[in-house]
Design a protein around this ligand. Structure first.
Ligand SMILES: Cc1cc2nc3c(=O)[nH]c(=O)nc-3n(C[C@H](O)[C@H](O)[C@H](O)COP(=O)(O)OP(=O)(O)OC[C@H]3O[C@@H](n4cnc5c(N)ncnc54)[C@H](O)[C@@H]3O)c2cc1C
Length: 332
């Protein structure tokens, strides 16, 4: 296919409990932009599972023109989904000029397998995508983010999560079903789902993070509070540099990029390099003695006070609540 005649862009969309995952919203928005830059190609979302009203509404909100719904193979089935997508590539008109996948664990597996099945180039950790006269151009990170490379001519693009700004781009959405075809049975089965231990969960997957900075002298309070409320612990570079926290817990542009539902920043000033790592958090709570600290600009709730006093008060309060919630012995 001539690269400059892009007619369709596909997005494999990950969804859970009626919601599209944020990384998939990013993929949809990027696909929409590329389709527009290419002169009005169609954005086709492909979902595996039931036709869910809420999911369809979200697809329309984030720029899909068409959604193909395919039956859920069941279990953890990236291989089955990849085979089905590779098969559909040859049977759906128009075929995709490019397939976008979110950079989730499953999205990576699917994208790279589809590329391998089809014998086309794929690239992951993509941080910038554009369309020019010669086709799609991707900037992607390599060697753990130390090197950025530019590639052209790939047909599978796996985006780095938490990188793209998601803004609604509503379109009318048409719903279709993938043509009948073999759906390979899953070859891996989900045996059990266990709740992740916040102490060991990778920071990029944590939904709740308590992060300490240079304003925290005693990190035992951070750990105690985080354990009580089931949060993961992170920190600024300064505290990782001097060993108050291990390096793997550094949040920021040269550490881990996170996007939890809630981020509590304790004694962190809000340097730009730190902010780049946590600015996609849904709710930010800041605790800092300096009312002018830049971190407060991101806060849904800013607490002006000493980190140790506030943490101790929060620990005491949570403990009190827990005790009050336990019924006295003898209560029916
Ligand atoms: C190339 C490069 C890459 C970098 N990458 C990163 C990165 O990935 N992540 C990162 O974090 N930084 C990074 N940095 C460093 C960054 O510029 C800042 O130096 C760092 O984020 C500051 O950490 P901090 O906010 O904990 O410390 P400080 O700047 O020292 O701020 C401490 C804050 O604590 C407050 N405070 C003091 N005492 C108390 C108290 N008792 N109670 C409550 N608050 C108190 C102060 O008011 C202040 O706001 C990078 C720098 C460079 C040059």
């Amino acid at each position: 296919m001539a690269q400059n005649a892009l007619s369709a862009v596909w997005v494999w969309v990950a969804h859970e409990k009626g919601r599209i995952l944020e990384a998939s919203r990013e993929a949809l928005i990027v696909a929409r932009r590329v389709a527009d830059e290419a002169g009005g190609a169609v954005v086709m979302a492909v979902i595996f599972g039931q036709e869910d009203e809420q999911v369809l509404a979200e697809l329309a909100t984030y720029g899909a023109d068409l959604v193909y719904v395919a039956p859920e193979p069941g279990g953890y089935a990236p291989l089955s989904i990849s085979r089905r997508l590779a098969w559909a590539w040859d049977h759906v008109v128009p075929p995709p000029g490019v397939l976008f996948c979110p950079g989730t664990r499953m999205g990576r597996e699917i994208g790279l397998r589809v590329g391998a099945f089809r014998g086309v180039g794929g690239v992951s950790d993509v941080v910038r995508v554009r369309w020019d006269d010669n086709g799609i151009v991707c900037d992607h990170l390599a060697f753990g983010g130390k090197v950025q490379c530019t590639v052209q001519g790939v047909e599978v693009v796996i985006l780095r999560p938490d990188t793209y700004r998601v803004r609604p781009a509503p379109r009318p959405l048409r719903v279709s079903s993938l043509p009948e075809g073999e759906i390979p049975a899953p070859d891996v089965f989900l045996v059990e789902v266990r709740k992740a231990d916040p102490r060991t969960v990778p920071l990029e997957q944590a939904e709740f993070i308590v992060a300490g900075g240079n304003g925290v002298r005693d990190f035992r309070l951070i750990w105690e509070f985080a354990d009580l409320v089931g949060a993961a612990v992170g920190g600024s570079r300064v505290v990782c540099d001097d060993g108050r926290l291990e390096r793997s817990r550094q949040i920021g542009e040269s550490g881990t990029i996170v996007s939890p539902r809630c981020y509590i920043a304790v004694g962190i000033s809000g340097a730009i390099q730190h902010v780049r790592g946590m600015q996609n958090s849904e709710i930010v709570i800041t605790i800092n003695t300096d009312r002018h600290a830049p971190i407060h600009d991101l806060a849904s709730l800013a607490i002006i006070g000493d980190a140790h006093a506030v943490l101790q008060a929060l620990i005491d309060e949570v403990r009190k609540e827990r005790v009050a919630a336990v019924p006295p012995v003898g209560t029916p």
